[in-house]
Ligand binder design. Structure first.
Ligand code: HEM
Length: 401
């Protein structure tokens, strides 16, 4: 399969959903060779995805979680991949517990005033660009910088390094699509940066999450050095790349659907429900990290032997007609919830409360500031980045109507 017909990689906007819907129409589970060359069992059915994501025989340890696993220097690989997403209980439980308190709904609600301030400042900048140039890239001006600023501030990454972190995230998430050179350079620079940053926090602890993690590592020895570095890189990458897409894909979906946009403008109380529907309709993450079968399992009557790769196609799962009526319709009045955009089971997104809060504040502030925002190009001319992990528009040009 080439990148052109791999359903995960179709570039033209909407093509990925169409390709996955065609696949899903043939059944809930499929044995495919992906464009990366890997053979995988791809799950497109909602009920089947839920079952697989909670099946203890489907595990992360031993799965191929890095695009260049064997080719990478071992030390670099370990510094990047010893985190909760690539581990199973009990190691997973220990790692997740160390940071879970920082991401509870109550804790993140306290960040709301700061998130509102960041949004207001970014929207000031975007208003100036719109005035000067007639249009702006919503991702560059707003959806991109917001989540990176929030997660970096929460962890304690100094502001002069935010842009560099954003720069390393691109190649790390694009994986094989940027080539080994660019991938390993970004990985090496990112890990060097994290080592220096953590050494700084060790010398001079302050009241931030990174200092607290260093303290756990040194004081109570519940974290190895590679686990510490991996945890921080996971929080930094997971904490922003997907939230960018929730905001950008969400704005795009609303601007392309004047009826739903008008409904939300008229009834802003619908914002929390709207965020859930946008998560379902154009999910920010394409798939949880790959897993493998530790033992043979059966999915929808299909026997899958031990040692096989499993990929959950979240874009298809969240539009499974057996679970969601009229799945291709954006309907902000849906009240059936239940999308799997944040995953499911023990690896269910740790940052979901933060992502939801950021998206609610961002969408609310954007709609309030610009009563006349419109797409500056036809929706079907937009393109997506090739990535097996994220569902990301390359740019989202907007203008005032
Ligand atoms: C896990 C999606 C935002 C941190 C996950 C998973 C998904 C996901 C699908 C499960 C992956 C798997 O099973 O392999 C999203 C989406 C987001 C978002 C769609 C935004 C719209 C965030 C934020 C953070 C975060 C803001 C902040 C720290 C994590 C972490 C995990 C995770 C640490 C791993 C949890 C574990 O393995 O136990 N996310 N995420 N995510 N997410 Fe998010």
């Amino acid at each position: 399969m080439t990148t052109d017909d791999d359903p995960f990689l179709a570039v033209r906007d909407g093509a990925r959903h169409r390709a996955l819907a065609e696949l899903a129409a043939r059944g809930p589970v499929h044995h495919l060779t992906l464009a990366t060359g890997a053979d995988a069992w791809v799950v497109t059915g909602y009920a089947e995805a839920k079952a697989v994501l909670t099946d203890p025989r489907v595990i992360r340890e031993g799965a191929s979680n890095s695009p260049y696993g064997e080719e990478m220097p071992a030390a670099l690989y370990s510094a990047l991949n010893s985190h909760m997403l690539t581990t199973d209980p009990p190691a997973h439980t220990r790692l997740r517990r160390l940071v879970s308190a920082a991401f509870t709904r109550r804790r993140v609600e306290g960040l709301a005033p700061r998130i509102e301030r960041i949004c207001a400042d970014l929207l000031d900048g975007m208003a100036k660009t719109l005035e000067a140039d007639g249009e702006a890239d919503l991702i560059d001006a707003f959806a991109g910088p917001l989540p990176i600023t929030v997660i970096c501030e929460l962890l304690g990454v100094p502001s002069e390094s935010h842009a560099a972190v954003r720069g390393w995230a691109g190649p790390l998430l694009a994986g094989r699509f940027v080539g080994y050179e660019a991938y390993s350079r970004a990985a090496g620079e990112f890990v060097d940066f994290l080592h220096l940053l953590l050494a700084d926090k060790r010398r001079q602890p302050v009241d931030d999450l990174l200092s607290a993690l260093v303290e756990v590592r040194d004081g109570e020895d519940r974290l190895s050095e590679d686990e510490l570095t991996s945890m921080v890189q996971l929080l930094l990458l997971a904490g922003h790349e997907t939230t960018v897409n929730l905001i950008a894909n969400g704005v795009k979906a609303l601007l392309a659907d004047p009826g739903q946009l008008a409904l939300l403008r008229a009834e802003p109380d619908r914002l929390p429900a709207a965020v859930e529907e946008l998560l379902r309709f154009d999910s920010p993450a394409q798939a949880p990290v790959p897993a493998i079968t530790a033992e043979p399992i059966e999915v929808a009557g299909q026997r899958i032997p031990a040692g096989e790769n499993i990929v959950i196609a979240l874009l298809a799962v969240n539009r499974d007609p057996a679970r969601f009526a009229d799945p291709d319709v954006l309907d902000l009045t849906r009240d059936d919830g239940g999308h799997l955009a944040f995953g499911h089971g023990v690896h269910h997104c740790l940052g979901a409360p933060l992502a939801r809060l950021e998206a609610r504040i961002a969408l609310g502030a954007l709609l309030e500031r610009f009563g006349d925002l419109a797409l500056a190009v036809p929706a079907d001319s937009l393109e997506r980045l090739p990535s097996l992990i994220i569902n990301r528009l390359v740019v989202l040009p907007v203008r005032r109507a």
